[in-house]
Design a protein around this ligand. Structure first.
Ligand SMILES: [Zn+2]
Length: 288
Protein backbone atom coordinates (compact mmCIF):
# COMPACT_ATOMS: atom_id res chain seq x y z
CA UNK A 1 0.00 0.00 0.00
CA UNK A 2 2.77 2.35 1.05
CA UNK A 3 4.72 1.49 -2.11
CA UNK A 4 1.70 2.11 -4.33
CA UNK A 5 1.20 5.45 -2.73
CA UNK A 6 4.84 6.44 -3.50
CA UNK A 7 4.43 5.40 -7.16
CA UNK A 8 1.21 7.33 -7.37
CA UNK A 9 2.89 10.40 -5.88
CA UNK A 10 5.78 10.09 -8.35
CA UNK A 11 3.48 10.10 -11.37
CA UNK A 12 1.48 12.86 -9.88
CA UNK A 13 4.59 15.05 -9.59
CA UNK A 14 5.52 14.79 -13.29
CA UNK A 15 2.54 16.69 -14.70
CA UNK A 16 2.89 19.27 -11.96
CA UNK A 17 6.57 19.81 -12.83
CA UNK A 18 5.69 20.07 -16.51
CA UNK A 19 3.03 22.59 -15.68
CA UNK A 20 5.50 24.67 -13.61
CA UNK A 21 8.07 24.46 -16.43
CA UNK A 22 5.52 25.73 -18.91
CA UNK A 23 4.68 28.65 -16.67
CA UNK A 24 8.39 29.51 -16.34
CA UNK A 25 8.88 29.18 -20.10
CA UNK A 26 5.84 31.27 -20.82
CA UNK A 27 6.93 33.99 -18.42
CA UNK A 28 10.54 34.26 -19.51
CA UNK A 29 9.95 33.46 -23.12
CA UNK A 30 11.55 30.43 -24.74
CA UNK A 31 14.32 29.79 -22.24
CA UNK A 32 17.24 28.04 -23.88
CA UNK A 33 16.07 28.70 -27.43
CA UNK A 34 18.05 30.80 -29.89
CA UNK A 35 19.10 34.27 -28.81
CA UNK A 36 17.32 35.68 -31.86
CA UNK A 37 14.02 34.52 -30.45
CA UNK A 38 14.94 35.86 -27.03
CA UNK A 39 15.70 39.28 -28.40
CA UNK A 40 12.29 39.31 -30.07
CA UNK A 41 10.68 38.56 -26.74
CA UNK A 42 12.79 41.22 -25.01
CA UNK A 43 11.47 43.86 -27.38
CA UNK A 44 8.17 43.68 -25.52
CA UNK A 45 10.10 45.22 -22.63
CA UNK A 46 11.28 48.13 -24.76
CA UNK A 47 9.00 51.13 -24.42
CA UNK A 48 9.42 54.35 -26.41
CA UNK A 49 9.27 57.31 -24.05
CA UNK A 50 9.28 60.42 -26.21
CA UNK A 51 10.83 63.58 -24.79
CA UNK A 52 9.69 66.99 -26.01
CA UNK A 53 10.56 70.46 -24.70
CA UNK A 54 9.35 73.48 -26.69
CA UNK A 55 6.38 73.31 -29.03
CA UNK A 56 6.33 76.73 -30.69
CA UNK A 57 3.94 78.44 -33.06
CA UNK A 58 4.60 77.91 -36.77
CA UNK A 59 7.57 80.17 -37.68
CA UNK A 60 9.45 79.61 -34.41
CA UNK A 61 13.16 78.85 -34.79
CA UNK A 62 13.39 75.06 -34.54
CA UNK A 63 16.28 73.02 -33.14
CA UNK A 64 17.13 69.95 -31.07
CA UNK A 65 14.57 70.83 -28.40
CA UNK A 66 12.11 73.02 -30.29
CA UNK A 67 9.51 71.88 -32.80
CA UNK A 68 6.50 73.66 -34.30
CA UNK A 69 2.90 73.00 -33.35
CA UNK A 70 2.34 71.74 -36.90
CA UNK A 71 5.12 69.19 -36.44
CA UNK A 72 3.62 68.14 -33.12
CA UNK A 73 0.28 67.54 -34.85
CA UNK A 74 2.06 65.42 -37.45
CA UNK A 75 3.72 63.40 -34.68
CA UNK A 76 0.41 62.70 -32.97
CA UNK A 77 -1.11 61.72 -36.30
CA UNK A 78 1.83 59.39 -36.95
CA UNK A 79 1.32 57.68 -33.59
CA UNK A 80 -2.40 57.28 -34.26
CA UNK A 81 -1.95 56.04 -37.82
CA UNK A 82 0.60 53.49 -36.61
CA UNK A 83 -1.65 52.30 -33.78
CA UNK A 84 0.48 53.46 -30.88
CA UNK A 85 -1.40 53.96 -27.61
CA UNK A 86 -0.12 56.73 -25.32
CA UNK A 87 -0.11 55.63 -21.68
CA UNK A 88 0.61 57.22 -18.31
CA UNK A 89 3.53 56.03 -16.20
CA UNK A 90 1.13 54.58 -13.64
CA UNK A 91 0.08 52.05 -16.29
CA UNK A 92 3.72 50.91 -16.44
CA UNK A 93 3.84 50.77 -12.64
CA UNK A 94 0.69 48.69 -12.54
CA UNK A 95 2.11 46.39 -15.23
CA UNK A 96 5.24 45.91 -13.11
CA UNK A 97 3.55 45.60 -9.74
CA UNK A 98 0.27 43.88 -10.53
CA UNK A 99 0.83 42.31 -13.92
CA UNK A 100 -1.94 44.31 -15.61
CA UNK A 101 -1.67 44.32 -19.38
CA UNK A 102 -0.23 47.03 -21.57
CA UNK A 103 -1.60 48.00 -24.96
CA UNK A 104 -0.08 46.32 -28.03
CA UNK A 105 2.09 49.34 -28.91
CA UNK A 106 2.48 51.56 -25.85
CA UNK A 107 4.19 54.94 -26.08
CA UNK A 108 4.75 57.56 -23.38
CA UNK A 109 4.71 61.24 -24.36
CA UNK A 110 6.68 63.55 -22.05
CA UNK A 111 7.54 67.26 -21.95
CA UNK A 112 10.33 68.68 -19.83
CA UNK A 113 10.47 72.02 -18.01
CA UNK A 114 6.76 73.02 -17.87
CA UNK A 115 6.86 75.60 -20.64
CA UNK A 116 3.95 77.89 -21.41
CA UNK A 117 4.02 76.80 -25.05
CA UNK A 118 3.10 73.27 -23.93
CA UNK A 119 -0.17 74.69 -22.61
CA UNK A 120 -0.74 76.97 -25.61
CA UNK A 121 0.23 74.70 -28.50
CA UNK A 122 0.70 71.07 -27.44
CA UNK A 123 -2.17 70.65 -25.00
CA UNK A 124 -4.90 71.57 -27.56
CA UNK A 125 -3.48 68.93 -29.93
CA UNK A 126 -3.37 66.31 -27.17
CA UNK A 127 -6.94 67.15 -26.23
CA UNK A 128 -8.18 67.02 -29.81
CA UNK A 129 -6.64 63.56 -30.24
CA UNK A 130 -7.38 62.40 -26.69
CA UNK A 131 -3.74 61.48 -26.12
CA UNK A 132 -2.14 61.19 -22.69
CA UNK A 133 1.08 62.99 -21.78
CA UNK A 134 3.23 63.76 -18.74
CA UNK A 135 4.77 67.19 -18.13
CA UNK A 136 7.77 67.60 -15.82
CA UNK A 137 7.79 71.02 -14.17
CA UNK A 138 10.49 73.04 -12.45
CA UNK A 139 8.61 74.10 -9.29
CA UNK A 140 10.39 77.44 -8.78
CA UNK A 141 9.65 78.62 -12.32
CA UNK A 142 5.92 78.02 -12.55
CA UNK A 143 4.17 81.08 -14.00
CA UNK A 144 7.41 82.97 -14.75
CA UNK A 145 7.42 84.79 -18.08
CA UNK A 146 10.66 85.48 -19.98
CA UNK A 147 12.97 83.78 -17.48
CA UNK A 148 16.39 85.54 -17.47
CA UNK A 149 14.92 88.00 -20.02
CA UNK A 150 14.75 85.24 -22.59
CA UNK A 151 11.39 85.23 -24.39
CA UNK A 152 11.79 81.53 -25.16
CA UNK A 153 11.61 80.63 -21.49
CA UNK A 154 8.09 81.25 -20.21
CA UNK A 155 6.43 78.70 -17.96
CA UNK A 156 2.74 77.86 -17.55
CA UNK A 157 0.93 78.95 -14.38
CA UNK A 158 -0.43 76.67 -11.65
CA UNK A 159 -3.92 77.44 -12.95
CA UNK A 160 -2.98 76.30 -16.44
CA UNK A 161 -1.25 73.21 -15.03
CA UNK A 162 -4.34 72.37 -13.00
CA UNK A 163 -6.59 72.80 -16.02
CA UNK A 164 -4.44 70.36 -18.00
CA UNK A 165 -4.34 67.86 -15.13
CA UNK A 166 -8.08 68.02 -14.62
CA UNK A 167 -8.67 67.24 -18.29
CA UNK A 168 -7.57 63.70 -17.39
CA UNK A 169 -5.03 63.48 -20.21
CA UNK A 170 -2.07 65.30 -18.61
CA UNK A 171 -0.05 64.39 -15.53
CA UNK A 172 2.24 66.92 -13.86
CA UNK A 173 5.41 65.51 -12.27
CA UNK A 174 8.61 67.03 -10.83
CA UNK A 175 11.73 68.14 -12.68
CA UNK A 176 13.23 69.55 -9.43
CA UNK A 177 12.09 72.59 -7.45
CA UNK A 178 15.13 74.73 -8.14
CA UNK A 179 17.93 72.48 -9.41
CA UNK A 180 17.56 73.01 -13.13
CA UNK A 181 20.97 74.62 -13.48
CA UNK A 182 23.64 73.67 -15.93
CA UNK A 183 26.48 75.29 -13.96
CA UNK A 184 27.52 74.75 -10.37
CA UNK A 185 27.55 77.64 -7.89
CA UNK A 186 27.69 77.99 -4.10
CA UNK A 187 24.07 76.83 -3.70
CA UNK A 188 23.85 73.87 -6.04
CA UNK A 189 25.76 71.49 -8.26
CA UNK A 190 25.10 70.70 -11.91
CA UNK A 191 21.42 69.71 -11.98
CA UNK A 192 20.75 67.40 -9.05
CA UNK A 193 24.39 66.28 -8.73
CA UNK A 194 26.45 67.08 -5.60
CA UNK A 195 28.51 70.26 -5.39
CA UNK A 196 32.26 69.79 -5.38
CA UNK A 197 33.35 68.66 -1.93
CA UNK A 198 29.74 68.17 -0.78
CA UNK A 199 29.54 64.94 1.19
CA UNK A 200 26.91 62.31 0.57
CA UNK A 201 24.77 63.14 3.62
CA UNK A 202 24.59 66.85 2.78
CA UNK A 203 23.82 66.03 -0.84
CA UNK A 204 21.10 63.60 0.26
CA UNK A 205 19.48 66.25 2.50
CA UNK A 206 19.70 69.06 -0.03
CA UNK A 207 18.22 66.99 -2.85
CA UNK A 208 15.59 65.51 -0.54
CA UNK A 209 14.45 68.98 0.60
CA UNK A 210 14.28 70.26 -2.97
CA UNK A 211 12.21 67.25 -4.02
CA UNK A 212 9.81 67.42 -1.08
CA UNK A 213 9.26 71.11 -1.85
CA UNK A 214 8.25 70.52 -5.47
CA UNK A 215 6.11 67.49 -4.53
CA UNK A 216 4.23 69.59 -1.99
CA UNK A 217 3.64 72.45 -4.44
CA UNK A 218 2.35 70.11 -7.13
CA UNK A 219 0.02 68.42 -4.66
CA UNK A 220 -1.29 71.71 -3.24
CA UNK A 221 -1.72 73.57 -6.51
CA UNK A 222 -2.64 70.81 -8.92
CA UNK A 223 -3.70 67.85 -6.80
CA UNK A 224 -1.33 65.39 -8.44
CA UNK A 225 0.79 62.91 -6.43
CA UNK A 226 4.45 62.76 -7.49
CA UNK A 227 5.80 59.35 -8.45
CA UNK A 228 7.92 59.95 -11.56
CA UNK A 229 11.07 62.11 -11.55
CA UNK A 230 12.80 63.41 -14.67
CA UNK A 231 16.40 64.36 -13.90
CA UNK A 232 17.40 67.78 -15.28
CA UNK A 233 19.80 67.16 -18.21
CA UNK A 234 19.52 63.44 -17.43
CA UNK A 235 22.32 63.77 -14.86
CA UNK A 236 22.16 61.95 -11.51
CA UNK A 237 24.06 59.66 -9.16
CA UNK A 238 23.24 56.85 -6.72
CA UNK A 239 22.41 59.29 -3.89
CA UNK A 240 19.71 60.88 -6.06
CA UNK A 241 18.28 57.47 -6.78
CA UNK A 242 18.31 56.61 -3.07
CA UNK A 243 16.44 59.82 -2.15
CA UNK A 244 13.74 59.23 -4.76
CA UNK A 245 13.25 55.61 -3.73
CA UNK A 246 13.03 56.72 -0.07
CA UNK A 247 10.36 59.26 -1.10
CA UNK A 248 8.45 56.44 -2.80
CA UNK A 249 9.05 57.46 -6.41
CA UNK A 250 8.26 54.57 -8.73
CA UNK A 251 9.97 55.76 -11.91
CA UNK A 252 13.08 57.84 -12.64
CA UNK A 253 14.00 59.16 -16.08
CA UNK A 254 17.20 60.10 -17.82
CA UNK A 255 17.74 61.16 -21.43
CA UNK A 256 20.18 59.15 -23.63
CA UNK A 257 17.83 58.93 -26.66
CA UNK A 258 17.15 55.21 -26.49
CA UNK A 259 14.11 53.03 -25.91
CA UNK A 260 13.38 52.45 -22.22
CA UNK A 261 14.20 48.88 -21.23
CA UNK A 262 11.82 47.90 -18.42
CA UNK A 263 13.14 44.35 -18.01
CA UNK A 264 15.05 45.46 -14.90
CA UNK A 265 12.42 47.70 -13.37
CA UNK A 266 11.35 51.30 -13.81
CA UNK A 267 14.32 53.27 -12.48
CA UNK A 268 16.82 55.14 -14.68
CA UNK A 269 14.72 54.71 -17.82
CA UNK A 270 16.02 56.22 -21.02
CA UNK A 271 13.95 58.53 -23.20
CA UNK A 272 14.04 59.42 -26.88
CA UNK A 273 14.57 63.10 -27.56
CA UNK A 274 12.44 64.33 -30.46
CA UNK A 275 14.46 66.96 -32.36
CA UNK A 276 13.10 68.99 -35.21
CA UNK A 277 15.47 67.47 -37.78
CA UNK A 278 14.35 63.87 -37.20
CA UNK A 279 10.85 62.60 -37.87
CA UNK A 280 9.15 60.13 -35.57
CA UNK A 281 9.32 57.36 -38.15
CA UNK A 282 13.14 57.65 -38.11
CA UNK A 283 13.19 57.52 -34.32
CA UNK A 284 10.77 54.62 -33.92
CA UNK A 285 11.07 52.46 -37.03
CA UNK A 286 14.20 50.53 -36.08
CA UNK A 287 12.61 48.96 -33.08
CA UNK A 288 9.06 48.02 -33.94
ZN1 LIG B 1 14.87 70.21 -18.28
Amino acid sequence: MAKNKTVYRFFNIIPISLFIMLIVLGKNGNVGISSEKNSLVDKKKLIPILMYHHVGKEGVEVNKITITNKRFEEDMKYLKDNRYTPIFFNELVSYEENGTSLPEKPVIITFDDGLEDNYKYAYPVLRKNNMKATIFTIGSRIGIRNFNNDTRYSYFTWKEGKEMYESGIVEIQPHSYDLHNYKENSKHGVGVLPMSREDEDLHYDRFSKDTVQVMKLIKENIGCDSYVYAYPYGKYNSTNERVLKDLNFKVTLTTKSKYADISNGLYELKRINVPSHKKLNELLINYK
